[in-house]
Design a binder for this molecule. Structure first.
Ligand code: AR6
Length: 171
């Protein structure tokens, strides 16, 4: 059975099979967790992102989808890049946010990754309220991991007290 852990801290320090990146559709890096992953992981990650853009995706990775690269110098085997939706007060985009978690786990499953670390996708630059982001994240991950024994451990690595508290309440 899978164990779900909530961990306060920095996702780039996690020793896991796969680290999930809250990227943008360009796959060319950015701020927040994306910036931290590319900084700590080194240029190999960006090189693979560029190659993926050229070969599989054309210019963009659509919102809600996921793709894997090397983890470079991070203490992980793979980075799985996914693109969260920007928060909207007028439109319910939670299916797209749930899709990020599900698709990342689908890619992880294909790779044979048994331990996966997630950040709180879309809750930074993309403006998603933490409480709601936590609820969507936990529901999607529970649903996707309870089907079989593919995963051993899922970690939510939460930056800042607000995120950790929101996930603790949602769990
Ligand atoms: N470890 C874990 N969580 C982190 C870290 C870290 N090192 N750094 C930030 N967070 P964000 P988004 C948290 O903005 O909202 C980028 O520019 C952060 O506190 O990284 O999906 C991309 O290129 C927040 O709770 O991602 C996109 O353009 C969560 O990670 C855009 O931001 C997500 O915040 C994506 O925005």
């Amino acid at each position: 059975m899978v164990t779900i852990h909530l961990i306060p801290g920095d996702i780039t320090e996690q020793s896991v099979d796969a680290v999930v990146n809250a990227a943008n559709s360009s796959l060319l890096g950015g701020g927040g967790v994306d910036g931290a992953i590319h900084r700590r992981g080194g240029p190999e990650i960006l090189a693979e992102c560029r190659a993926l853009r050229a070969s599989r995706y054309g210019k963009v990775l659509p919102t809600g989808e996921a793709v894997a690269t090397t983890a470079g110098r991070l203490p992980a085997r793979w980075v799985i890049h996914t693109v969260g939706p920007v928060w909207s007060a007028s439109e319910d985009r939670s299916p797209q946010l749930a899709s990020c978690y599900r698709e990342s786990l689908r890619v992880a499953r294909e790779l044979g990754a048994r331990t996966v670390a997630f950040p709180a996708i879309s809750t930074g630059v993309y403006g998603w309220p933490l409480e709601d982001g936590a609820r969507v994240a936990l529901a999607a991950v529970r649903e996707e991991t309870e089907r079989d024994d593919a995963f051993e451990e899922i970690r939510f690595v939460l930056f800042g007290e607000g995120a950790y508290d929101a996930f603790t309440r949602a769990l």
